[in-house]
Design a protein around this ligand. Sequence first.
Ligand SMILES: Nc1ncnc2c1ncn2[C@@H]1O[C@H](COP(=O)(O)OP(=O)(O)OP(=O)(O)O)[C@@H](O)[C@H]1O
Length: 986
Amino acid sequence: MSSTPTTAPPASAANNGNNIKVVCRFRPMNRMETEAQSEECIEVDANSTTVRMKSRLTAGGGSDAALSGPEKDGFTFDRVFPSSTRQVEIFDFGVKGIVEDVMMGFNGTLFCYGQTGSGKTFTMMGSDIENAHMKGLIPRITEQIFASIATADGNIEYTVKVSYMEIYMERIRDLLAPANDNLSIHEDKTRGVYVKGLTDVYVGSEAEVYAVMKAGGKARAISATNMNAESSRSHSIFVVGIHQRNVETGSQKSGNLYLVDLAGSEKVGKTGASGQTLEEAKKINKSLSALGMVINNLTDGKSTHVPYRDSKLTRILQESLGGNSRTTLIINCSPASFNEAETLSTLRFGMRAKSIKNKARVNTEMSPAELKIMLSKIKGELVFVDTYKDALLGEVGVWRTGRKVDEPDWATEEKVSMILHAGGGSSGATSTAGNIQTPKRPPSSMLSPALTSVSGAPSRSVSPSVFGTGRDTPSISRLDLDEFLRRENELNDMVAEKASSIGFTKLDDLQQRWDKVAQDRVAVDIELKELKSGQSRLEDEARAAVTELETARDRELELSAELEAAKRHIAELEKSQAAAAADDREKRKADMLAEMIAKIDVNAGESWSSSSSKLRGFLDELDRSSTDAVDYQEGREIIRQHLTDNQVLLRSMQERVRRTEEHLQLYEQKHNDLEHLLTQRNTSYEELLGTSLIPLQQGEKQKETNLHDASFNAQYDSKRGLLEVETSALRRRLEAKDEEVARLEDTIDSQAASIEDLNRILADANAGVQNGQELVKMTQELERTRRAAETQHAEFEVMKRNLVRDVTDRCEKVVELQIALDEYKEKYRAIARATNAGAHTKKLQVLEYNMGQLHEVQRGLVNQNTNLKRELNAAERKLAERKERIINLERLVEQSEAQLKLREADLVRAHRDLHTANMYSEMAKENRITQGLGSRIAKPLRGGGVANGLPNTSLSHPAVGPLPVNAINRLSDESNLGTLTLKFAA
Ligand SMILES: Nc1ncnc2c1ncn2[C@@H]1O[C@H](COP(=O)(O)OP(=O)(O)OP(=O)(O)O)[C@@H](O)[C@H]1O
């Protein structure tokens, strides 16, 4: 029986032609996106077919003008489902039609594409198969299939089989027999592309399908990434094959439904993939780019080659993309701005895929009767064509001989048809299935004008599943094609065998590596322990050093404070010493001055004061004598006495005047000397000027002379200025002295005058003792004298004060000099004392030395600490490397263990299969098959509807009788299959 695809339009193609149906689904924002405070970056149109990106990321420049195509107008799909969409809505819109098509004998594909964590698995499987709301598309598809069977024509017998595989790291793994992890892809004319050796499990109910799904799901490669706690690391493909046979006519149809959950494309930076997950990510991204390339080449209208063979995924999906399949693509996206770039890329992928055109056909196999009818029909057509051709050739032959064929004799289809009917030939239309007649060619005499026989049969079109697109190898002949496919399959087998044998050899290697790894691990553990103890020792040392350092720092701080206090104390002492010294200095100065002045007054001051006081006493007495009646005799004695005193005073004054005059003379002398010196200088200058003029007149060395002259003049001027200043100062002092002398002379004169007056008064007193009137006169005279004496006294006081001030100034200077000398002496003594290192200095020195020592210790400790830290870092680095190595080794060990477990499971399963097979072969031999058919045995289900289309509540098995419920118990013991809802008639 041959399979003949027919070209009836599929149910789901009503609105969509043969294009792939693309729906877009957005999931709700997840926790990571909410935490990143992402915003919704998309907006869906009211008609739910177009989605726009809100941001300007969609174009390079960002302005609206820079945008074009879908980036500007939005991405339009068959339907866009927002985040709030329920699973059932997706199913109703995107999937139901495909299942109907598959039930009609079409191939169907449903696949989910999108970035990692975008909800592909959620869409395909759902979060809970048993939850009516949360279950995904595959469970719903399963339900629909069995529901369809339940309502199908009772003459139709269905068999449903499922298989489950994944493409992990570019290897095809049978999820129902995970040990088969490197299956090869084959292709032949009738089956198209298929995976050789993939386990098929016949199922009779949804529960059985779920059990298979669960069993296979457990074997899937899943890892946790930053983006998804359960990220699929492989492309999974669940295949449901539905075969139907009309028990009356014997015609058969079959459709395969591919349910593909692609692994998510991922940016490794975001997912944080490393090590194994990084390798997986690379393979995933590679196969997804191959998928992208296939879609590009299918849709760009230019490419002549579609690279299906570039990856296992595209090779398996070859029929689904541009081939014999009804296909729905669900693109899953995140609505969050956090994943904007990925969403945009997914939308672009969906847009491209939308323009892929498929050529879906019903895969039907006719019954022998139908084939016979068709054969006879074709044969009749063949006879007609041959006859018509012969007639035409005959006519052509006539024309070629140059004769004419009249129009009524021209060969036409009608005539040929009439001739055939007249001759009893059949076009096949009259044949029946039971009585097929081969149409006979009419005798050539019936054909005009001459017939020649040329025969040929139309060739079968090339298998659409392989070359349906006419793109891959358009010119290849059928024989070449068969040879090519045969060879390719052989090679694929060889490759798979080789890979498996390598796998087994690897097992031994792995065992050895495991042993080595275990040994390494022990060594590493020991090393690790040593390192850890070394690390803790270092840490202890570091801690001790830190404590020591801290103590040293504290001590240093204490000492610093002590030093500061000592310095402060010294400064205060110095300050108070300086203040005391200043006080002392002032005091000493005052004392010395007083002493000096006292010395000076001993001679002059005292005599002046006593003379002054005596004079005052005399004057007082005079006053008294003017009022009281005084004894003239006594008065005369007193006056004489005063006179004598005054004469003594006068002599001393005269002596002083003489000394002053000597001084003056000395000054005069000095002045004259200076004047003389000045004159001499002037003379020498003039001489010099005279001698200097001669070379000037000679006109030679004019310049040097001028310069010399100028410098000489400058020197001279400055000297002269100095001398003049000195001279004028001397002059001023001379004048001051002159004035002083003049004043003294005046005083002396006035004193002399007063003495003369006194003498005269005395004489008068002596002469006119007896005359009272004379006494009065004398009193008046005395009064005058007294006043004059008072004036003199006052002047004398002024002079005395001036002299005293002058002397005091000089003494002050002397004293200051002496004090300075004393201070210098003291300093000298202090320096001497300092060189002897006094106790205080010693203490300071000790402190400073201690400080220096402490600094040294601190520096040492800091260095030690740095070294310790460096060592610690190195140790930690080493430790981290060891840890990483251990982790790698452990990972290797885990992988080896997993491989071993798989191999073991495989072995156990093989044993069990062998056992079961033996058992069934025994049972078959004894013709005692009553129950326990393995799930690899077909379990035909009869359509639940009656032939006239009315529903029938029982499904029947035509031959075997009641089918076992536990057909797939082998796959999942724990699955609660329940009782089959479909009945199988005996
Ligand atoms: N429409 C949705 N409603 C609610 N939760 C969803 C939806 N879509 C996805 N999720 C949740 O998001 C998480 C990731 O989804 P899922 O595992 O299906 O992503 P994925 O695309 O298959 O990722 P990967 O490619 O990494 O396998 C899951 O916890 C899932 O339950």
